[in-house]
Design a protein around this ligand. Structure first.
Ligand SMILES: [Zn+2]
Length: 117
């Protein structure tokens, strides 16, 4: 999923939510993205801004929170969270850990323009 797909996916969620709560204008979108997804934040913001033209989210600010990825150690079975893709187990130092999930994409919050509602 590249920045364009990501932006379109977010806009889809925002659009549906706005419709459900009868919001006419969105001022900001707070997004949580799994740490396993690789994207360029500036490019995502730029693409989002362009894709949002003419929608409820036109001009909305995009805030992105990157979530840590859960790892499972193949040596001792320890579970831990990290922001790096490759990182040794903090318990036993085993270099091979398996990533669990990390592909989340969630809209945490949206700020609405109450005046336009
Ligand atoms: Zn370990």
């Amino acid at each position: 999923m590249d920045e364009r797909e990501l932006a379109n996916h977010v806009l889809e969620i925002v659009d549906q939510t706005a419709y459900r709560i009868s919001a006419r204008r969105i001022l900001a979108v707070h997004l949580a993205v799994g740490g396993r997804r690789v994207f360029d934040l500036n490019r995502l913001r730029d693409t989002f801004r362009k894709c949002a033209l003419g929608t409820v989210a036109e001009g909305a600010a995009l805030f992105v929170k990157v979530l840590p990825v859960r790892h499972r150690c193949q040596g001792c079975g320890n579970n831990f969270e990290a922001f790096n893709r490759e990182c040794p187990c903090p318990e036993c130092g085993h270099p091979h850990t398996e990533m669990i999930g990390g592909e989340e994409l969630r809209v945490l919050d949206m700020e609405l323009d109450d005046d336009a509602a």
